[in-house]
Every structure is written in structure tokens, then in C-alpha cells.
Design a binder for this molecule. Structure first.
Ligand code: GTP
Ligand code: MG
Length: 484
């Protein structure tokens, strides 16, 4: 049998300090400490938040051809280039989110130049993620904090009566009592003050308008546009593009590529603004700003088969015998700390991918052991394989524990087409006795679910009966895919 393997990087999965102990459960004691000491920190990460920022467009330029006759010739400022887009790409060459940066910032577009030279368009930037990554747009941390703050702010009582604003008095409606009291000079002073106030307001409005215009346009040195030009320029501001839809992607194919944030458009050089009225425009437009969004990336392995079992049941041994994956195998629990994916290659070159994940224990949903977060890696498997240790004290109870944890992770997960591999069948009479008890329990579950559930005794270590399990797996995967 030929084997091809896709392997996740070694893990630095955080061994969350978890001292929860329940009777009958594994405690994360010496065994896990052992595993922790033996493993060097590495980069397996299956959940990550990244910030994607597109590049700003380049500014348009203000230039004029200079001739011998005419020192200020026709306008020749080039347009600005486009800012870089940010894409997300799925690649089977990448197996973890561990290598991703926290921020992806695309380059800004180049500015325009003299002699109608346009700025260069910036290259796009790619966030390369493993196949099986889910990409969701989320609020930035600041936005989440702000929303929380707003929610905590006391609301205005509904029955509060709004303050009655007295209608402004016009000149003719001056309170007669005041008129009686104020002298003519005093009234003139008030009038002058009001006029000054109004002039100040007008000035302020003009300043604001200019500021707004300057956000979109660049002017030749010392040029301050008049009110009519400001009005004209306002009408020349390019309309905004429709907002991009919220990002929500499931990257399941190798090479899949999606636009995440669009780069800003480049600004126009001054020739764009020449017209019959304006022959030598000292104006160019600025490039559009880039956009920034936050993405939550979650890796959920897509394999045909997902192996689930208690620690030490022999999942990694099984994987190592049916593929050429080389997971660590040892006689202490929690040897496997991050998912592995291997490929079973049948003699007719048919292939099936199979994912081994860290062991589950009772209470994994409460973060006992390594927790049940790793189940995201079998969630999307076509078929589940329960690996049960026939040397354990109570195999039937082990099977119940596994099913319970699967259901707690995701309701209905146990209804997936499944196979029970009763491992360590080489252990003699104990194994035989346990196998009978397990078969009884599995049969009861199969009846309750109305599903076919077969138990295949194997010895992964001695490679006994493994071929039967593989044939059964192939049939189950094919059948399920056909029905989908
Ligand atoms: N007797 C016997 N021992 C086995 C068999 N399969 C695995 N083992 C032993 O069981 C122990 C655990 O095997 P692993 O494959 O590391 O178990 P695991 O389920 O991957 O364990 P975790 O990664 O800790 O969850 C090792 O000492 C293996 O040699 C088998 O078929 N028979
Ligand atoms: Mg293992």
C-alpha cells in the first residue's frame, strides 16, 4: 500500500491550565506534563484574528508643460495609481494558521507625475490560509469595547420633557420692556455684535467647506479656491463605490481566492479638471483611502474520516499503520496535542483522508483534559471512527463518554455515519470480554439512532484485521458521499 501524507505542523496548542478534576476523568497530571516537557513549542493554531488593510490610492499630480514660448503650458499632471487589494487564498501547502501575521497591509498606489505619467497600481496582498478555513468579518476590538460602553451608558428617561427653545426674536419683535430700558446706542451695539457673530459663522462655514474640499483635492501652492470653485469641486467629488458585502467564506478548495478589501482608487491629475472656464487648473484629486477590516479565521480540517477516542486508545497507532503519517505514539495519555491528517491510499490508487485528533475525556466540554475544541477538526468529516481500547476497564462506558462529548460539542454529531474500531484485540481474554460488552452497548445505540453501527475488532499494533476496517471505511465513505 502506497501512502501519501499531509501533516500539520507540530503544536504549540496552549495547554490551558486546567485543574478541573472529576472522579472517573483523567486529570492533566504527570502524563500531560510529560507530554508538555517532551514537546518543543511550535506553531499549530486553528483560530486567529487578523486585520486586513487595503492600500490608499495615489494622488493625482499638478504639473504644466513648460515651453520656450509659454512657461506655463497645458496641464500634464498624471493620475494616481490604485491602492493594493487584500485577498484571502486557500492553499493545501499551508496546514496551520500559526504562520499568519496579525496585520496585512497592502501597499499604497503611486502618485501621478509630470508629463502625464500615471502612478503605478499597487500589487495586491494575499493572506494564505489552509484549505478548510472559515473566514468571518468581525468588529475590531475597539468597536466591540465602544459598543459595550454605549450599552452601559444610562439612557435618557422617556418621559423627560424636552427643553422648550424660545423662538429667536427678530428685530421687529424686540421685547417692548427691553426697548423701554435700552438706549439707542445700546441697541446699535447689540445689532453690531449680532452682525459680527453672523459674519464669524459664515467664515467658519467657509473654512469647514474648504477643509472638506481639501480632503478630496490638492491645490497649487498658495491657491485658495473661491466660493464658486468650491461649489464646482464639490460636484466633481467621485461618487462612493457601493460598500463591500460582509465577508463570510468557507474555503474548501485548494487555490480558492476571494477579495477581502478593495484598494482605494487613484486621484486625477490636473488635466482632468481643465474646461472652457478653467484652462490651467491648479487642482488635482487625492487618492481614495484604503479600508480596514477585522477577520476571524477558524481552521476546520476537511477529512473523509475523523478518528475520535479516549487518550491512549491507539488512534495514532491506527493512523500510522494505515497511512505513512508518523504521529508520536506513547503509552501515556495526551501524546497527540494537535491534529494530524494522513491519506490512506488503496491498491487501486483510491484515496481517503483521515484525521487524528487529541484524545477526549469525560468533561472535555468543560475544558477537562485538552478540552473538546479539537472536535472542530472532525466536525466536517464524512465518517467518524470511534477507536475504543479493549484493554480499558469499561469499554461500554468509554463509548458512552465519547458520544456524550460529541453531542455536547455539536448536537447531532453522533448521527454521522460511523464505525467502531475495537483496538488492542490482542490483549487476550480481557479484550474478548470487553468486546462483548462493547458490542452490546453499540447495538443498543444503533437501535436507538436507527443507524447501522458496526464494531470491528483490530490490533493496530500488530496490524491484525486492519484491512477489514479499511474496506469497511471505504464503503461507508463512498456510500455517504453518494447520498449527499
Ligand atoms: N497491545 C496493544 N497496544 C496498542 C495497540 N495500539 C496501540 N497500542 C499502544 O497504546 C499506547 C497508546 O497508543 P497511541 O497510538 O499513542 O494512542 P492515542 O489514542 O493516539 O493516544 P493520545 O494521543 O494520547 O490520545 C501505545 O503504547 C501503543 O503502543 C494495540 O493494538 N495493541
Ligand atoms: Mg495520539
Amino acid at each position: 500500500m502506497k501512502h501519501v501524507v499531509r501533516r500539520f505542523h507540530a503544536s504549540n496548542r496552549i495547554l490551558a491550565s486546567n485543574n478541573v478534576t472529576q472522579s472517573g476523568n483523567f486529570e492533566r497530571t504527570q502524563a500531560t506534563n510529560h507530554a508538555r516537557q517532551e514537546r518543543k513549542p511550535s506553531s499549530f493554531i486553528d483560530l486567529k484574528c487578523v486585520n486586513a488593510v487595503s492600500g490608499a490610492g495615489g494622488n493625482g499630480a499638478i504639473h504644466f508643460f513648460k515651453g520656450l514660448v509659454n512657461p506655463i503650458g497645458p496641464p500634464c499632471g498624471g493620475n494616481g495609481g490604485r491602492g493594493g487589494d487584500v485577498y484571502v487564498v486557500a492553499s493545501k501547502e499551508v496546514t496551520s494558521l500559526g504562520g499568519l501575521l496579525n496585520r496585512y497591509r497592502a501597499v499604497n498606489g503611486g502618485g501621478g507625475d509630470r508629463q502625464n505619467k500615471h502612478g503605478r497600481d499597487a500589487p495586491s496582498m494575499e493572506i494564505v490560509v489552509p484549505v478548510g478555513t472559515l473566514v468571518r468579518q468581525v468588529d475590531s476590538l475597539q468597536e466591540i469595547a465602544l459598543a459595550k460602553q454605549m450599552a452601559m451608558m444610562p439612557k435618557e428617561p422617556e418621559d423627560a420633557v424636552p427643553e422648550q427653545n424660545a423662538a429667536p426674536q427678530t428685530e421687529d419683535e424686540v421685547n417692548p420692556e427691553i426697548e423701554e430700558v435700552l438706549t439707542e446706542e445700546e441697541l446699535e451695539e447689540i445689532e453690531a455684535a449680532t452682525l459680527a457673530e453672523q459674519a464669524k459663522k459664515r467664515e467658519l462655514k467657509k473654512e469647514r467647506q474648504l477643509e472638506f474640499i481639501q480632503q478630496h483635492f490638492i491645490f497649487r501652492k498658495d491657491y485658495v479656491p473661491h466660493a464658486d470653485r468650491i461649489k464646482l469641486l464639490r460636484s466633481r467629488i467621485p461618487p462612493r463605490l457601493p460598500p463591500q458585502p460582509t465577508v463570510h467564506l468557507d474555503l474548501s478548495r485548494d487555490g480558492e481566492r476571494h477579495l477581502i478589501v478593495r484598494g482605494g482608487r487613484g486621484g486625477f491629475g490636473n488635466p482632468h479638471f481643465s474646461s472652457n472656464e478653467i484652462k490651467g487648473p491648479g487642482i488635482a484629486s487625492r487618492g481614495e483611502m484604503g479600508s480596514s477590516i477585522w477577520l476571524e479565521l477558524e481552521l476546520k480540517t476537511i477529512a473523509d474520516v475523523g478518528l475520535v477516542g479516549l487518550p491512549n486508545a491507539g488512534k495514532s497507532t491506527f493512523l500510522s499503520k494505515v497511512t505513512n503519517a508518523t504521529p508520536k505514539i506513547a503509552s501515556y495519555p495526551f501524546t497527540t496535542l494537535n491534529p494530524y491528517v494522513g491519506t490512506i491510499e488503496y491498491s487501486d490508487n483510491h484515496t481517503i483522508t483521515i484525521a487524528d485528533i487529541p484524545g477526549l475525556v469525560a468533561g472535555a466540554h468543560l475544558n477537562v483534559g485538552l478540552g473538546h475544541e479539537f472536535l472542530r477538526h472532525v466536525e466536517r468529516s464524512t465518517v467518524l471512527v470511534y477507536i475504543i481500547d479493549l484493554g480499558a476497564l469499561d469499554c461500554a462506558s468509554d463509548f458512552r463518554v465519547l458520544r456524550n462529548e460529541l453531542e455536547r460539542y455539536q448536537t447531532g454529531l453522533t448521527l454521522k455515519p460511523s464505525l467502531v474500531v475495537a483496538n488492542k484485540a490482542d490483549l487476550g481474554p480481557v479484550a474478548k470480554e470487553n468486546l462483548a460488552a462493547l458490542q452490546k452497548e453499540v447495538a443498543a445505540c444503533a437501535v436507538a439512532d436507527g443507524k447501522e453501527l458496526v464494531v470491528i475488532p483490530v490490533s493496530a499494533r500488530d496490524e491484525k484485521n486492519v484491512g477489514v476496517a479499511l474496506s469497511h471505511l471505504r464503503r461507508l465513505v463512498a456510500q455517504t458521499k453518494k447520498n449527499e
